[in-house]
Design a protein around this ligand. Structure first.
Ligand SMILES: Nc1ncnc2c1ncn2[C@@H]1O[C@H](COP(=O)(O)OP(=O)(O)OP(=O)(O)O)[C@@H](O)[C@H]1O
Length: 736
């Protein structure tokens, strides 16, 4: 063990995650390279480290630290060095020298206890003096906090968030109830908090621990789409987390109910346990929907006349259901139109729009994703917005709270009719936010295919609304898009009906390639994406979307992206790269935003590089291409649809993923010129009919399956949908 001490003259590298740092140290006998896990360190500080000298194979001799302390600067020279190091913003070398010259060895005492005196130095105003003092104090506190948190195994990245959230209360929270971190700090879950609690010596059967596990189990359930959990399911799942009996867990439920953190609703003698926020969200969604369902009396003759006028201007006859849909849209407050691909949903929306136009009504169209909104615009000739844009997302507020929209009950959407497409993708959060912004008197028309996968977020909104039988529902079933010319449509309907599909490749848009193992699937897939399909439909390989059921495994998203990146955007000297969470990002890569971020700024620039439009928000599922990686400013520029450019600081990179391959779940609501599906094997709970149906219906011009026919058949026969615990249906039925 050797001792090393000196000033940090330069920090060469610092990993936020684990604190690993490489720095140059200026010692009395020359410069040294010091490496180790440092949690908070600034250039200009004086370090006393214990450790050993090692000879790194690539970087040569260096000193590897095992423990260290930061020595407070005691003499004039050390103080001047610290102040001049850039640690305090607005203080450079010249100013630091003047301050030290004036206050000498008392400088730090003055900054701490009489900071106003700093203003006696030329170039420091009273305001600047106070600012220096605040920064100085924050640095001291932060270092102290970092050292404290590192003893609990907390990395610098989270330590900063914890300190910012709680300030000096943090010490108390860590010692008494570290589970609070799981509630308040994004990125810290129950398990991380539990590990901290164990280090803090908190008893395994403490109330805090059990309550935290219950809340965590419900939060995890919401990530799987559940709005509530039945009591027994919840107690079992929290019990498993803690290795405790469900009965022990049950005893703690009431505590959380009294604390207003949980709500319990009894339905058919079964107790449904909700996080309070979800309980009220569901209840209010139900109430607001029912309030919208007004009658708009109109004489039969009047709308009959409208419909005949419409028919006269068209080259085909409306079927009875389409007529019914239009009639109900004119006379009811809430109408649902559902049906599979090619059954005339878009045509029906267009008819409704024409009728509303005749009545001089204000019509607003929206869909959950940018891509779906774009399609709606093209199909109707009316501008359709994303629901987020319609609600006017405002930046600065975290996802999950519903108050991040400018449009709400106080500032509602001004329209006579709101028509929403791709309703199967709308989760309970979004529906609730949307309904808050629609006042009774506005008609709401919900269009979607209830056989698509349910929304990624919690809830089963479209299905619940249909199943509740509380509203007019028109189920379109006749397939109009000519079956013989589109095997995508024909096969989608067959799959939905549980019928096997013919995989003989005797058609123009639906292909199957039988392959028995991963290697052969991979080979065929690469050939299809890189060469065959771009030629066949006349597009670029980036327009061919690989969809897969899973994230993990050789045919999962992560591995497929690695392979496809290698073939479609290989490394080259001219392309910069940056290591991300799941792999390398490279200039020219196809990427996708994987969470809603209401704060990210985008801009559209003209040919001369001037910004012509700007806005906030990039949403889950938005796809783009990496235009530039700037290693100097540590930012990645991505160009999304409509040439929207977004700059991602490196710290936001976990919001991006490579998107050569994406999960079928993520593809919902989007359509692609061609889709390739590798289907070899997968867990039955995931690989069901719904999933195959959703994947196939994403393809516009061409769908190709590569894998085993038996797997395709298995999926068609597998009707088991993952159960979603959602109570909207019951609320609507009960009229609450
Ligand atoms: N009553 C009808 N008679 C004849 N053709 C019709 C009728 N209704 C719709 N069509 C035609 O059927 C085709 C499919 O209709 P449409 O695009 O409205 O279906 P969709 O349900 O919106 O399909 P998708 O969900 O795949 O977009 C269109 O070409 C449309 O013109």
């Amino acid at each position: 063990m050797a001792h090393l001490e000196g000033y940090v003259s330069h920090i060469r590298f610092h990993n936020e995650e684990n604190g690993y740092t490489v720095m140059d140290i200026e010692t009395t006998h020359g410069d040294e390279v010091l490496v180790g896990n440092f949690h908070y360190i600034n250039e200009g500080e004086y370090i006393c480290a214990e450790g050993e000298y090692v000879d790194h194979p690539a970087h040569g001799p260096q000193y590897r630290m095992t423990s260290y302390t930061v020595k407070e600067p005691e003499d004039k020279a050390a103080m001047e060095r610290y102040l001049a190091s850039g640690a305090i913003k607005g203080m450079g070398a010249a100013l630091a020298a003047r301050v030290i010259k004036k206050f000498k060895g008392n400088t730090f005492d003055i900054i701490e206890s009489e900071p106003e005196r700093l203003a006696e130095v030329k170039g420091i105003s009273l305001k600047k003096a106070m600012d220096i003092a605040v920064q100085f104090q924050e640095k001291q506190e932060m270092r102290h906090a970092m050292m404290f948190l590192s003893e609990y195994g907390i990395t610098s990245r989270f330590a900063v968030r914890i300190f910012e959230e709680y300030g000096s209360k943090m010490y108390d929270i860590l010692k008494t109830n570290p589970y609070k971190l799981a509630e308040d700090i994004t990125g810290i879950g129950f398990r991380a908090a539990d590990a901290i609690a164990a280090k803090a010596g908190i008893a395994p059967d403490s109330d805090f621990r059990v309550c935290a596990a219950i809340l965590y189990a419900l939060q995890q359930a919401s990530l799987s789409g559940h709005v509530y959990l039945p009591k027994d399911v919840l107690c079992r799942s929290a019990g498993q987390l803690l290795s405790m009996s469900p009965e022990f867990i049950e005893d703690h439920l009431m505590e959380l109910v009294l604390d207003k953190k949980l709500m319990i609703r009894t339905v058919n003698e079964e107790e449904h346990v909700y996080l309070s926020s979800y309980y009220f969200m569901e209840l209010n969604t139900s109430r607001m929907l029912l309030n919208l369902d007004l009658e708009f009396p109109m004489e039969k003759g009047a709308y009959g006349k409208r419909i005949s006028e419409l028919e006269e201007s068209m080259d085909f006859q409306l079927d009875l259901l389409q007529k019914q849909a239009v009639e109900e849209a004119l006379t009811k407050g809430v109408v649902v139109v559902t049906g599979g691909p090619g059954t005339g949903k878009t045509t029906t929306i267009n008819l409704m729009i024409r009728c509303f136009e005749m009545e001089h009504m204000d019509i607003v169209l929206a869909a959950p994703t940018g891509r779906a909104a774009k399609r709606m615009t093209e199909a109707t000739g009316y501008e359709a917005k994303t629901i987020h844009r319609l609600l006017e997302v405002s930046g600065g507020i975290e996802e999950g709270s519903s108050s991040h929209f400018e449009k709400n009950e106080e500032n509602p959407i001004e329209a006579d009719v709101v028509i929403l497409d791709e309703m199967s993708m709308v989760d309970i959060h979004l529906m609730y936010s949307l309904l808050k912004a629609i006042v009774p008197g506005t008609r709401l028309i919900l269009v979607g295919d209830s056989n698509q996968l349910p929304s990624v977020g919690p809830g089963n909104v479209l299905k619940d609304i249909i199943d509740s039988e509380a509203f007019s529902v028109v189920r379109l079933s006749k397939i109009y898009r000519q079956a013989e010319s589109s095997h995508i449509v024909l096969n989608a309907h067959k799959i939905n009906a549980g019928e096997l599909i013919t995989l003989n490749n005797k058609n123009k848009d639906f292909f199957f390639f039988e392959k028995q193992d991963v290697r052969s699937v991979m080979g065929a897939l690469i050939y299809l994406v890189k060469t065959k399909l771009p030629e066949y439909i006349g597009t670029s390989p980036f327009e061919i979307q690989v969809l897969t059921p899973m994230r993990k495994g050789e045919l999962g998203v992560e591995h497929l992206n690695e392979v496809l990146q290698y073939y479609l955007n290989p490394a080259s000297e001219s392309k910069k790269e940056k290591e991300g969470r799941t792999g390398v990002f490279r200039e020219g890569d196809k990427v996708m935003q994987v969470k809603n971020n209401y704060k990210l700024e985008w801009k559209i620039t003209n040919a001369k590089g001037f910004s012509v439009e700007e806005g906030l928000g990039v949403f889950n599922g938005d796809m783009g291409v990496i235009k530039q990686i700037n290693t100097y400013s540590e930012r990645i520029t991505v160009v999304f649809d409509e040439n929207r450019e977004v700059e991602y600081p490196y710290s936001n990179l976990d919001e991006l993923e490579l998107a050569y391959a994406i999960t079928i779940h993520k593809s919902q609501g989007s359509e692609y010129p061609a889709v390739v599906l590798p289907l070899l094997s997968g867990p039955p709970i995931l690989c069901n009919r719904n999933l195959l149906y959703t994947a196939i219906t994403r393809a516009q011009k061409c769908a190709a399956i590569v894998g085993k026919q038996s797997m395709v058949e298995q999926m068609i026969h597998n009707e088991t949908e993952q159960k979603r615990y959602s109570g909207l249906n019951e609320c609507l039925k009960d009229g609450i």
